[in-house]
Design a binder for this molecule. Structure first.
Ligand SMILES: *[C@@H]1O[C@H](CO)[C@@H](O)[C@H](O)[C@H]1NC(C)=O
Ligand SMILES: *[C@@H]1O[C@H](CO)[C@@H](O)[C@H](O)[C@H]1NC(C)=O
Ligand SMILES: *[C@@H]1O[C@H](CO)[C@@H](O)[C@H](O)[C@H]1NC(C)=O
Ligand SMILES: *[C@@H]1O[C@H](CO)[C@@H](O)[C@H](O)[C@H]1NC(C)=O
Length: 263
């Protein structure tokens, strides 16, 4: 599928500057002599984009890589204007609205800070426009390199990177083999699933089996899980911490929900 439409007059005037990319295309571009970007044209959800990057031994776009893209024109020159790219920035834990704080970078777990100088979002973003589903994931527009929020299941291109500063690609930094889980506070029970969480419940499942399912996700990508011993329900959190909808019949059942995060 052709994914870029250029006005005809531009095609006639600037034939060498027009890049029309096709789904499945990969454009590799080095920016600011320190980041190697892999720009995958295609229709990916945010979760699929993160998985693609990690399977390729790369990270999904980080704060530093985004700053490097902004500092020069290499990225825009390489991929062309008018495309949308997922970046590794989510607010699926509890913010879920128009606040610019509380957005977490997937690759290093740091939070954005609205008071910082370099704005990440377009001036009217994030707007959480698709209200009830929540716009918990962020993408950039390649014409302006500013971000907007969207529901995580929208389909955009994937933007992955490696950095010369990293001794190993971000995706391959696996935790210690002695993984421990710590109990975490459940912030809300009613948030709809943002996109990446997976319910892997089985009849007669045990907590140990649920923890094992988390450890079995490739690249150490499962950050934690929700578990309910009465319901035998096990909901994994691949890629990032998130609030999800936790069902219960009675108050006792509600109190049995536990959350564990990998340390
Ligand atoms: C965002 O939602 C949280 C939790 O519902 C609320 O405390 C906060 O005030 C909201 N912020 C904005 C800017 O709406
Ligand atoms: C945000 O940045 C300001 C200025 O650097 C700092 O004072 C503040 O503590 C930061 N807030 C958070 C939540 O990191
Ligand atoms: C980036 O690409 C260059 C040239 O293709 C390669 O020599 C270098 O090792 C790459 N760096 C990283 C961090 O992948
Ligand atoms: C679950 O446990 C019950 C009682 O111990 C047993 O009857 C049932 O067959 C088990 N189901 C599965 C799927 O193992």
């Amino acid at each position: 599928m052709i994914r870029c439409k250029k006005p005809l007059f531009l095609l006639l005037l600037l034939p060498t500057l027009i890049k029309c990319s096709v789904a499945g295309d990969l454009i590799s571009v080095r920016v600011q002599d320190s980041f190697n970007l892999s720009a995958y044209f295609g229709s990916y959800t945010l979760c699929e984009a993160v998985k693609l990057c990690h399977d390729m031994g790369q990270g999904i776009l980080s704060r530093d890589a985004l700053s490097a893209i902004r500092a020069g024109s290499e990225f825009r020159d390489a991929v062309g204007n008018g495309h949308n790219w997922w970046i590794g920035l989510v607010d699926a834990l509890n913010e879920r609205n128009t606040s610019r704080d509380g957005w977490m970078w997937i690759e290093d777990g740091t939070y954005t800070n609205a008071t910082e100088g370099d704005p990440i979002f377009f001036s009217k973003e994030p707007d959480n426009r698709k209200g009830s589903n929540g716009e918990d994931c962020a993408a950039i527009d390649s014409s302006y390199i500013y971000a907007f929020d969207d529901i995580c299941v929208s389909k955009y291109n994937a933007l992955c990177y490696t950095s010369d500063g990293d001794t190993v690609p971000p995706a391959l930094i696996s935790g210690s083999i002695f993984v421990s889980f710590t109990k975490a506070l459940i912030l809300t029970y009613s948030q709809l699933h943002p996109g990446c969480s997976i319910d892997v419940s089985l009849p007669n499942m045990t907590l140990l089996a649920c923890l094992g399912k988390c450890l079995a996700i490739p690249h150490s990508d499962c950050v934690g899980l929700y578990w309910n011993s009465a319901r035998r329900q096990c909901i994994l959190l691949p890629y990032f911490d998130a609030a999800v909808q936790l069902d219960y019949g009675t108050n006792e059942e509600k109190l049995l929900w536990e959350k564990f995060l990998k340390k």
